[in-house]
Design a protein around this ligand. Structure first.
Ligand code: C2G
Length: 189
C-alpha cells in the first residue's frame, strides 16, 4: 500500500498501486479524490421571474469553482419571508435545474439549513449578491463567504411592479371600453 503525496495522513484515501505488466494502475477511490478536489460553490435565492441579474450572478459563482449548487426558496419559506412570488416553487426549481451553469438545485425551506448543506455537499465557497453583504459572515467558520456585485437595473420586484401597473392600466382600459359599450347599448334602448 503506497500513499500518494499529500494524502499520507488521509485515512479515507487508501490507494493501491498495482504493478501489472509494466502498466501502473492506480486504483483509487477516484470518486472520493475528485470529490475532495472539486471546488463546490453554494448559493440560495427565490429566483422569481428569472432574469439576467440572476443568470449573471450564477455564472460568476460557477466561475469560482467546479460545481454550483443552488438552494431555491420554497413557497412556504417565502411566505415566512413575507414574500409572494408570481412563479411557484415547482416551476422555479425546474428553471434553475435547467440553467447551464447550475449543477444541482435543492429546496431551501429554512434560514438555518445552510450549515448542514455546506457539510453535506462539501462546499468550499458560499456566495450571494451584495444586497446580502455581511448577513452570512457567520458561515465563514464552515467555508469561504463571498458577496458579488448585483446587476443593476433589473429585479423581480421591479418586474412585478411593472406587471401590476400593466394589469391596473389594463383593467382601467377594459373598464373604459365596457362603459363605452354600455353607453352605446343605452342609445339603442
Ligand atoms: N441578484 C443579482 N442581481 C439582481 C437581482 C438579484 O445579482 N439584479 C442576486 C441576489 O443578490 C441574490 C440572487 O440574485 O443573491 C437571488 O435573488 P432573489 O431571488 O431576490 O433572492 P432572495 O429572495 O433575496 O433570497 O437564504 C437567502 C435567500 O434565499 C435569498
Amino acid at each position: 500500500m503506497v500513499a500518494l503525496a499529500g494524502f499520507e495522513n488521509h485515512p479515507v484515501y487508501a490507494i493501491r498501486l498495482v504493478e501489472a505488466n509494466e502498466r501502473v494502475l492506480i486504483h483509487a477511490s477516484s470518486e472520493r479524490i475528485s470529490e475532495s478536489m472539486t471546488k463546490v460553490v453554494l448559493t440560495y435565492g427565490t429566483f422569481d421571474l428569472f432574469h439576467v441579474g440572476h443568470l449573471r450572478l450564477l455564472k460568476r459563482l460557477r466561475g469560482l469553482g467546479d460545481r454550483l449548487i443552488v438552494g431555491v426558496s420554497t413557497d412556504e419559506f417565502n411566505r415566512s419571508k413575507g414574500k409572494q412570488t408570481i412563479i411557484g416553487f415547482p416551476e422555479r426549481i425546474e428553471i434553475l435545474q435547467n440553467v447551464g451553469c447550475v449543477d444541482l438545485a435543492i429546496p431551501e425551506s429554512s434560514w438555518d439549513q445552510k450549515v448542514e448543506d455546506i457539510h453535506t455537499h462539501g462546499v468550499s465557497i458560499f456566495g450571494m449578491g451584495d444586497d446580502w453583504t455581511g448577513k452570512f459572515d457567520h458561515l465563514s467558520e464552515d467555508c469561504e463567504v463571498v458577496y458579488l456585485p448585483r446587476t443593476e437595473g433589473v429585479s423581480s420586484t421591479d418586474l412585478k411592479r411593472m406587471l401590476k401597473i400593466l394589469d391596473r392600466s389594463h383593467v382601467a382600459d377594459l373598464k373604459k371600453a365596457l362603459d363605452l359599450i354600455g353607453s352605446i347599448v343605452e342609445r339603442f334602448d
